[in-house]
Design a protein around this ligand. Sequence first.
Ligand code: PGA
Length: 256
Amino acid sequence: MARTPFIAGNWKMHKTVQEAEDYIQGLLPRVYSADGVDVAICVPFTALQAMVDSTRGSRVEVFAQNMHEADHGAFTGEVAAPMLTEIDVHGVVLGHSERRQYFNETDKALSYKVLAALDAGLKPILCVGETEEERERGDTERKLRHQVQEGLERLSSDQIAAVTVAYEPIWAIGTGKVATPEQAQDAIAFIRALINDKAPDGAPLSRILYGGSVSPDGAPELLALPDVDGALVGGASLEPESFARIVDAAVQVAAA
Ligand code: PGA
């Protein structure tokens, strides 16, 4: 079953609206002919509207980096799914390790967020991954099992197939230390097997990305791995040129 490769750039807390506008003018011509690859940028809330407007009619989709699970309510500082869909945002990153670490996001809350995103028509990217300590202790699979099973707990098998999972080993995020192809393939194949347990029909369709220090030079090897369907890119997504080179690597793999 062919899965369309997906390259998503996670800007984190970078770029004002003006900087985002400059960036997108540099990116659009570079990814114009990236046929066969889905491309998204995950941008701060303040830049969502501008990026939705500037990418309309292009292949670049615009994602938020978080949302609340409730539709509305007394949750100061939060943003709800209907607020994102109202301005034509396409999707949302959920459970990034920085959100889990600094903002105490739990697997339980994430299970509600993923469901709320799907119900609203947003495409969720659910992030999972182990710490260095967990990997050294031999606890990688246990951690992934917990995060995947709890995160997808409230979904039907059809809904599960619509979720993109991003495997991001925490020790590889922003460190320049990329997982080896073997580590990435093993972890992602394991995640696919977990999805298969919950949704045998959906698992072959589920897209699973690798994230963690993905660079233009390292991308071709990672993207060619059999279970890796794309990348969630942090640092290297902040410049249109390096991000477009990663999209290009996905185009090459898709065409091979
Ligand atoms: P990085 O970030 O590519 O800078 O390691 C990846 C991520 O956090 O999504």
